[in-house]
Structure formats: C-alpha cells, structure tokens
Design a protein around this ligand. Structure first.
Ligand SMILES: C[S@@+](CC[C@H](N)C(=O)[O-])C[C@H]1O[C@@H](n2cnc3c(N)ncnc32)[C@H](O)[C@@H]1O
Length: 219
C-alpha cells in the first residue's frame, strides 16, 4: 500500500477553476452525474467538453504502470471507470498479449468506446464488480470511485481488493489544505466523496484496501 504518483506522465492541463465555477449550477451537476453525452461530449460546463482519443494522454502512463508493477506480457488488467476505453487501448498497443477488461456506469461511454477495445468493455457499477475473486493482476481506477456516495465508495474499494490478486491503483479527489479544498469545491461537478488526503488514507485502512493510491488535487 503506497502513495505513488503513477500519473506523473499524464499531460497537465491548466484548469480555469474560478472561471468555470462562476457558471456552474446545481443543474449542471445533476446533468453531469448522469455520465451521458453531456458529461463526455457536451459543453465544458457539464464535464470534458469533448472526450476524444489522443495517444499523448495515456501512452506514457501505461508504460509507467507496466514498469512500476513489472507486468508480464500476458497479465490481466481491469480498468474501473474505463469510459471510452482509451487507457486500455493504449495498454493493448503496448502489450498486445495482455487480457484487458473495462467497466463503466456510462452506457454512452461504452457505446462510443474506441472500436478495437469495445468487446472487452461492459456497463456496470464499481460497487458490484461482475468478476471472480483474485481475477486480475492489476486493477486500476482513475478519478472514478469518488463519484459514489461514501458507503458505496467504500464498497467499491472492497470490490477492487476482492478482484485483484496482486496490484491495485486508484486516484481520488482530495486536498491537503484549505485552499485546495476551496478549489475542489469550486471545480467539482460529479464527485460525492472527497476529503483530505489523511482521511482517505484512514478510509483505505478501515475498508482493508491494500493497493496503491494517488490524488487528483485542484491546485
Ligand atoms: C472523471 S471520469 C474518468 C474516466 C477515465 N478513468 C479517465 O481517467 O479518463 C469518471 C468515470 O467514472 C465513471 N463512473 C462514475 N460512477 C461510476 C460507477 N459507480 N461505477 C463505474 N463507473 C463509474 C464515469 O462514467 C466516468 O467514465
């Protein structure tokens, strides 16, 4: 169980936190939380403002994950909150013998997933994974489980622990001090469970999550 930034190769974007927060209403949040077209490919006020594949997003990160976990060529990898499957696509480009699986609550994202990876994706909830115990060498969940209410978020962490036989890596919304908390509350659209990094660490221990973790921080 380690705090490790395995997304340090992911391109950083300058987030216009103050700008966007002026315009976000409860209606935007409600619509974003449906994780439909508006969240992925609608106006920026509802989410991504266009969620499209580009190799610069995940290509370096999947190499980083492979190296950090010394993944063998024929390992099994699960991505929870896989959206349109972009990270798994880049994993398969790097390691064609890998067995991959992705799950996401969004029917829209799975329907619009990258074609080559669609057969390995399914709609489902992180809090109830349709996989056997210990069935993956690596379970990854990026910016996803904080979208569940706290009890379900805890259940999702237990599920990750249950299906992973070796490694797991999650990232969650968090802050380290009051200014970051203020920014998080301004930026947040869909998250339901967010807290100080120390509280997350305690929660991981409480639920028996033994994987690795890192934070999304609105700086
Ligand atoms: C911020 S996006 C991150 C997508 C992707 N992991 C990435 O980093 O590009 C959050 C994702 O979590 C998915 N999601 C939200 N609640 C979920 C749940 N209960 N179970 C599974 N996926 C969920 C959303 O549909 C969305 O694809």
């Amino acid at each position: 169980m380690a705090e490790v930034n395995l997304l340090d190769c992911y391109p950083r974007s300058k987030r216009p936190i103050k700008e966007r927060s002026k315009f976000i209403t409860e209606d935007h949040r409600q619509i974003a939380r449906r994780f439909g077209r508006e969240f992925f490919d609608g106006d920026r006020l509802y989410g991504y403002g266009g969620y499209n594949y580009h190799p610069r997003f995940w290509q370096d990160t999947v190499q980083r994950l492979r190296d950090y976990y010394s993944l063998s060529d024929d390992a099994n990898v699960l991505d929870i909150g896989c959206a349109k499957g972009f990270m798994l696509y880049d994993f398969k480009e790097l390691m064609p013998r890998l067995t991959v699986a992705g799950i996401d609550i969004s029917e829209y994202a799975i329907d619009n997933a990258i074609e080559a990876i669609k057969p390995f994706l399914q709609v489902g909830n992180a809090n109830n994974l349709p996989f056997e115990d210990c069935s993956f060498d690596l379970v990854i969940s990026i910016s996803t489980i904080h979208n569940l209410p706290i009890e379900e978020c805890k259940q999702a962490l237990r599920e990750i622990e249950r299906v992973s036989q070796k490694h797991a890596f999650v990232t969650v919304d968090a802050w380290r001090h009051d200014l970051e908390k203020e920014h998080m509350l301004q930026w947040n659209l869909t998250g339901l469970t967010y807290m100080h990094t120390d509280e997350w660490k305690k929660l991981f221990l409480d639920v028996g999550y033994k994987g690795d973790y890192y934070w999304f921080i609105a700086e």
